[in-house]
Design a protein around this ligand. Structure first.
Ligand SMILES: Cc1cc2nc3c(=O)[nH]c(=O)nc-3n(C[C@H](O)[C@H](O)[C@H](O)COP(=O)(O)OP(=O)(O)OC[C@H]3O[C@@H](n4cnc5c(N)ncnc54)[C@H](O)[C@@H]3O)c2cc1C
Length: 560
């Protein structure tokens, strides 16, 4: 295919959007997206899909040593495919054919020795290194606009670290390569009847290493929410050397070194493998969709569930707007998508108790639908019921976003976490502030929706989505400037109303200013000092989380 020369072994990607080049929306799905956007006003002519040769990339700055040339690419496709992640602003800039800061090179190391050689050279040559897993970051985590005075930027793609090295069936754990994508990981464990059971929405195009260093949130709504809980040990190559933490089921020996790696977002080094705790594949499932007349009663019901010890695997509460967006019928109120599963025992008793709790708070459901799910133990993975419809809409969302972008529509999400006592004020305050910002910037009202993606006994993780019309003529450049103002308002709103800058999307470059307001200053200094030990030249993912010691970088990327 013209322009797609690459050193990568992966199927070619839609570098300007979601998924592989040969896989997008069907015609019917495109029509449905356009019909949905129609409520925002008349649609102009859509932008044409980008082609590699439409981008004017600056020449790489300098040369890589001859000894590394075999694993380093500077083809236009490789540079474009690694210039950004998959946030709204990332994709908008690609649709606009604006890539002023493509990485100078993209490396595809085959071994830890290759990574050591790359980091040695980069440290000596003042070349910034951006570790890259699946590139699904939505916070500017892999953006190659690193700021500072670095001589060049090298993106380090982990795709060849895609093996399951060893399975310990007795302890139910496996040592797995940091670059393995979700589907390969699960395919490798399936023959043993095992699963990691970590399913972020980006599962297909994100990797184990990316999940660990961004503290990703998966499918489980309660108990095992973040990847953190599944990490038994980590192995990391840093510019200062390689270390591996001990494999232990638990330990009280001082601050945990692996906890420093979890959430480090490529700023300390490159995660090459990890021992991960596994689970037996579930055999018993039950699901139900519970309707509540108001969000307030639904919240009380979900809180009761979260504090009951029942630990549902799925416990997603959709507010009325979110239900409309997901094309499920909440009857104008809120909808709870509830699920239980187990490898060991039928879960009917758990579901019955959960429904009784929901009923105490006014929840209602279709008895036949629930009875069918319990009898079949399929857990609502089919499209027939509301839970199945919601799941289908959830997985197709990133493809639908690409289509909206072509018409200059602003589509984005942000997430946080907050204790139950502060939830209502937080929910209303955030929707009000972000709604005001969208109105001020675009001159129109917008629909902001919310779902609870994870719930803890002490509070939920609310996830907000919005779409807004930019200019009447669908001009994407002006939509992108409007997005900047709206995104700043989102960052401000979650902190102002008492939440965290991110529950699971990570900090990256786009949440940095909000993160700085929540991390205690002394702890930030301690993290900078840890970085100075592991990365003395300050080359690892500059601009993410905090500045390296001795360099002032500040906010770079989409919000700079
Ligand atoms: C449509 C969509 C849905 C999403 N859904 C979810 C969701 O449900 N839950 C969730 O938590 N997130 C979600 N995300 C965000 C994103 O998928 C996660 O942050 C994910 O963990 C990133 O993994 P990745 O392999 O793609 O990492 P990348 O995007 O490649 O990198 C992310 C960060 O990790 C660093 N990094 C990557 N690999 C390594 C490594 N081996 N060593 C050191 N540093 C590394 C990068 O430098 C960067 O800072 C979603 C994103 C999209 C676009």
């Amino acid at each position: 295919m013209t322009g797609y020369a690459t050193l990568s072994h992966r199927p070619l990607r839609r570098f300007w959007g979601w998924g592989n080049l040969d896989h997008g929306l069907s015609d019917a799905e495109r029509r449905a997206v356009r019909d949905g956007l129609g409520r925002l006003g008349s649609l102009g002519t859509p932008l044409s899909e980008p082609k590699v040769e439409e981008y004017a990339l600056a020449a790489p700055r300098g040369n890589v040593p001859a000894a590394l040339a075999a694993i380093v690419s500077s083809t236009p496709y490789d540079r474009l495919n690694h210039a950004y992640g998959k946030s709204y602003a990332d994709l908008a800039r690609l649709w606009l054919r604006r890539v002023p800061h493509a990485p100078d090179w993209v490396a595809f190391p085959r071994s830890e020795d290759d990574i050591v050689a790359l980091l040695d050279w980069a440290s000596g040559a003042n070349v910034a290194v951006v570790p890259f897993g699946g590139g699904s970051s939505v916070v500017g985590g892999v953006e190659s606009a690193v700021g500072g005075d670095h001589a060049a930027v090298l993106t380090l793609d982990m795709e060849r670290f895609d093996q399951i090295h060893e399975i310990d069936r007795t302890s139910r754990a496996a040592r797995i390569g940091g670059g393995i994508p979700g589907p390969s990981l699960e395919a490798g464990l399936r023959p043993q009847g095992l699963t990691l059971r970590h399913f972020p929405q980006s599962f297909e195009f994100s990797t184990l290493g990316g999940w660990i260093v961004t503290r990703a949130g998966g499918h489980y709504a309660t108990q095992y929410t973040h990847i953190d809980d599944f990490v038994e040990n980590v192995r990391m190559v840093t510019p200062a050397g390689t270390f591996e933490t001990r494999r232990l089921p638990g330990s009280g020996a001082g601050p945990a070194p692996d906890r420093l790696v979890i959430g480090s977002e490529g700023t300390f080094g490159v995660l090459t493998s990890a021992w991960m705790r596994l689970q037996d594949r579930p055999r018993y499932r039950a699901s139900a969709s519970v309707r509540f007349e108001t969000l307030a009663t639904a919240i009380d019901g979900v809180r009761a569930l979260s504090q009951s010890g029942l630990q549902p695997t799925n416990c997603r509460l959709l507010d009325a707007n979110e239900a409309v967006s997901a094309h499920v019928d909440a009857g104008g109120g809120a909808l709870l998508v509830l699920g239980f599963e187990s490898a060991d025992h039928p879960v009917v008793a758990w579901m019955e108790r959960a429904l009784a709790l929901a009923a105490d708070h006014g929840g209602s459901w279709c008895a036949d639908e629930v009875a069918r799910s319990m009898a079949a133990q399929t857990g609502g993975n089919e499209h027939g019921d509301a839970a199945g419809q919601w799941r289908h809409a959830f997985l197709r969302m990133p493809y639908r976003r690409d289509e909206a972008m072509r018409y200059g529509v602003i589509v984005d999400t942000f997430e946080s976490a907050i204790t139950w006592n502060a939830f209502h004020a937080f929910y209303e305050g955030v929707i009000q502030d972000v709604g005001d910002a969208i109105h001020r910037v675009t001159g129109r009202a917008s629909r902001i929706s919310c779902r609870l993606t994870h719930v803890y006994p002490d509070g939920p993780a609310p996830y907000f989505s919005f779409s807004a019309r930019g200019r009447e003529d669908g001009d994407l450049a002006s939509a992108l400037s409007m997005w900047r103002e709206i995104k700043r308002a989102c960052n401000e709103a979650v902190i102002r109303h008492g939440g965290t800058s991110t529950h699971h999307h990570a900090v990256g470059r786009d949440h940095r200013s909000a993160y700085e307001r929540e991390v205690p200053d002394l702890m930030r200094q301690a993290l900078v000092a840890a970085k100075a030990t592991l990365d003395p030249a300050g080359i690892m993912n500059p601009g993410v989380l905090f500045d390296p010691a001795g360099r002032t970088i500040g906010v770079t990327g989409a919000l700079a």
